[in-house]
Ligand binder design. Structure first.
Ligand code: FPP
Length: 224
């Protein structure tokens, strides 16, 4: 969900105004995904590197998350959306942790769409944690080095149980993955758009899906 800051700056507003508008687009994306039959929607809301932003902005994003939980939970439940937060929980305040637990439990029954909120997430940290866990299980003799497969790694990432993404959308004209789902995106189709996240309407979301629908996915094989 990149470009919130630039969107605000272009309008002479504070960066946080961009994040506030960004939450509205997240609502649109959830609505669009549910309508189009997408089963999993993962959004990068906050990276482990984002703690390095000015304190006021970090606090505003945390507050916005808590407010969004209060405001959006009833509608998410109504739409059958289950929210799962993916990230290092050790970094959050007690208050934010309580809201994370609240949104996960309130929406636990949702079966239409799973919204995965990457919050205090970075792909390299999750890989380091996975390698440590696997190494300690090997050291304890639970399985041997030769038993480690790609599936073992997938099962030890924060995304365990969530299918690899078919499509990754990055807004705001940046053409990089920025430490997002690096293992999981091995065969993911990439979609880059100049549109800033606060301008990424349901129509833009549909455009991205349409582009995906016209891709030829071969997974390293040849066409039949
Ligand atoms: C990236 O744009 C956006 C973020 C780091 C924050 C995204 C957060 C929200 C949309 C609100 C949080 C709400 C929930 C529900 C978790 P940027 O700030 O990097 O924009 P820029 O590249 O133009 O500066």
């Amino acid at each position: 969900m990149d470009g919130n800051g630039r969107w605000a700056k272009q309008r002479g507003k504070e960066r946080v105004e961009g994040h506030i508008e960004g939450v509205q687009r997240l609502r649109d994306a959830i609505k669009g995904a549910a309508r189009l039959g997408v089963r999993y929607l993962t959004v990068y809301a906050f990276s482990t590197e984002n703690w390095g932003r000015p304190e006021a902005e970090v606090n505003a994003i945390m507050e916005l998350f808590c407010k969004s939980v209060i405001n959006e939970s009833p509608e998410l439940q109504k739409q059958g959306v289950r929210v799962q937060v993916m990230g290092d929980r050790a970094g959050f305040s007690e208050k934010v942790l309580a809201y994370i637990e609240r949104i996960e439990s309130e929406t636990a029954a949702g079966e239409r769409l799973t919204l995965v909120l990457a919050f205090n997430y970075s792909a390299r940290s999750e890989m380091v944690a996975a390698v440590r866990r696997i190494a300690s299980e090997v050291a304890e003799g639970r399985y041997g080095v030769e038993d480690i497969t790609a599936q073992t790694i997938s099962d030890n990432l924060l995304s365990a149980g969530i299918p690899d993404p078919d499509l990754m959308i990055r807004t705001s004209g940046e053409c990089r993955l920025s430490n997002f789902l690096l293992w999981q995106s091995a065969y993911t189709e990439l979609y880059f758009t100049e549109v800033l996240w606060p301008d990424f309407t349901e129509e833009e979301f549909e455009r991205a899906i349409e582009s995906y629908a016209n891709r030829d996915r071969r997974f390293g094989l040849v066409k039949k």
